[in-house]
Every structure is written in C-alpha cells, then in structure tokens.
Write a protein that binds this ligand. Structure first.
Ligand code: G
Ligand code: G
Ligand code: MN
Ligand code: NA
Length: 259
C-alpha cells in the first residue's frame, strides 16, 4: 500500500492519535504504567495499523516528526494523569522508539523539549527500544547514555527475540526488560515446548534480578499465563487479558476507579 505519501497529510491533519495499554501488577491488578501506541484514523481506509505504516514512515523519514508527535503527546498525557491522580497511580508511561529516531542527531533535544514543555519528570518517561534499534554504533550508544543520565528509563522491548540479547545487556543502560510475547504464548501449558518457554522466562527473570532490572511479561492472553509468569518471578504484565490498548479517556476512567 502507498501510505508514505499520505502520512505527511495525516500528521498535518491530526489523523494520528495515541492509545494506551496498561502495564499491570500481577500481584494486585493495579495499573503501574502504560505503553503508548500510535493509531491512524485514515479518512477512507479507516483504522490503519502501525505495523503497516511505521515501515513507510521509516522509509520516507517521516518517522522523525511522527515519533516526535508520539513522544510529545505521551509526555503531555502522562503529566496530566500525574497531576490528576498523583505519583502512585500510574507511575511511568512511554512510547516505542524506532531505530531511525535513535540515529537522529536531534533526538535527545526532542526528548528534553517534550519533558520541559509537558512538565513531566524525566524518571516518569520510559522509551521502548528493540534490540535491533540499539545494536549499532557509537552515536547511538552515546544517545542512550545521555538519556539514562537524565533519568529516563530505557526498556528493551521484545526481549529474547534478537540476535544478541545477552551481550547487549552489558553495554546498554536498560532499566526494564520486556519479555517477548513468543515466550508467553502457551507458557501455561505443561507439555514439551512450553516447558522450554518456562525455562527461558525463568532465566530472563533471574538475569533481570541479578542486574537489578525490572521485568514486564508481554502478550498475556489468559489467567493461566499470568499465574505461571508470577511463579516464574514476574511481578508486572501486559496483554489483552489484563487490559487492551485504549483511548486516554478510558484509561482516565480506570485510574479514577482504582483510586
Ligand atoms: O499497536 P500494535 O499492536 O498495532 O502495534 C504494532 C507494532 O507497531 C508494534 O511493533 C509496536 O511496537 C509498533 N508501534 C506502535 N506504535 C508505535 C509508535 O508510536 N512508534 C513506533 N516506532 N512503533 C510503534
Ligand atoms: O512490539 P511491541 O511489544 O511494542 O507491540 C505492542 C503491541 O502488541 C501492542 O500495540 C498491542 O496491540 C499488542 N498486544 C498487546 N497485548 C497483546 C496481547 O495480549 N496479544 C496480542 N496478540 N497482541 C498484544
Ligand atoms: Mn512496545
Ligand atoms: Na514487545
């Protein structure tokens, strides 16, 4: 699909908005954080998935203004929740960040500006990075260390699916590991392959504990998975069983209900 050319218009015409998926305590069900996810409400195609337009945005370079919009909107919304519900309600929020953004020399300045304009404290912002986004280059490494020094939390997304998860942890100032959904699928089912997934999930939680990193198990679709992940050392989870991505107003109502 030829979405690249239309993305510029989408940005200019406010066709993009964010939804927020809660990250939930597996112990008491409370919302402790959120991941922000972009949505494109296209005038004729309807809702277009980011899986379809993020690659086009990366090809055309529009990922830079698009990513800036996502970052600014996430900070603005999170600052509003913080003001309304206080620091214990929803503790952190963050978007996904593309490799192209990390390679953009203006990225750190964009983050600084988004925090300053929203008033959001740096330690409330989580940036979700995939291993492939992080792997290469001195410039990226410098960027990551600058962000870490500001107090921003860096999360390694889709953990376990990359080529060098373990060696990356030595050089990357991560605060959070997000266990990929592929290790969560079927983990509640005690037959041969799920047992291997349990071993991986346990190893990742033990590694994270040793390195003093937080963990989030992703893609939890039923209570059996949530229970099993808790047994394997996970205290935080995300997934359709816990809560779907939702508009800001709906999450505001949930936060009001858990107050
Ligand atoms: O939300 P959904 O499951 O449709 O997301 C599909 C993919 O798009 C996921 O890999 C997700 O990380 C990615 N994605 C969603 N929102 C953003 C965004 O704002 N920026 C980037 N770079 N990726 C995003
Ligand atoms: O790649 P990343 O981890 O950023 O992808 C996040 C996307 O995964 C979210 O945008 C969301 O739409 C999707 N997602 C979240 N929870 C679940 C789940 O339980 N099942 C499935 N299939 N997708 C999920
Ligand atoms: Mn993510
Ligand atoms: Na992920």
């Amino acid at each position: 699909i030829q979405l690249g050319g239309e993305l510029r218009r989408a940005l200019d015409e406010d066709e993009l908005h964010l939804v927020y998926q809660p990250i939930v305590s597996l112990e008491d069900g409370r919302i402790v954080g959120v991941e922000s996810l972009v949505r494109w409400n296209h005038p004729t195609r309807g809702l277009v998935s980011p899986a379809d337009f993020i690659p086009a945005a990366e090809r055309t370079g529009l990922i830079i203004p698009l990513g800036r919009f996502v970052l600014r909107e996430t900070c603005r919304q999170m600052a509003a929740w913080l003001a309304e519900f206080g620091p214990d309600a929803v503790q952190k929020a963050g978007p996904n960040v593309s490799a192209h953004q990390l390679h953009d020399p203006g990225f750190v300045a964009d983050v600084v500006a988004a925090l300053a304009d929203s008033g959001l404290p740096a330690d409330r912002l989580v940036l979700e990075l995939t291993e492939s986004a992080v792997l290469r280059g001195q410039q990226v490494s410098r960027t990551l260390h600058d962000l870490d020094a500001m107090g921003i939390k860096l999360a390694l997304d889709d953990f376990g699916t990359g080529e060098s998860s373990l060696s990356l942890l030595r050089s990357f100032p991560a605060a959070i590991i997000k266990l990929d959904k592929s290790f969560v699928d079927g983990i509640e089912d005690d037959t041969a392959d799920p047992v291997a997934r349990q071993a991986v999930a346990r190893a990742v939680s033990q590694l994270a504990q040793a390195l003093r990193l937080d963990t989030v198990a992703e893609g939890i679709e039923n209570q059996g998975q949530a229970d099993r992940l808790r047994e394997l050392g996970y205290t935080l989870g995300q997934g359709f069983h816990l809560a779907r991505p939702m508009p800001a107003a709906q999450l505001t109502a949930l936060l009001a209900a858990q107050r």
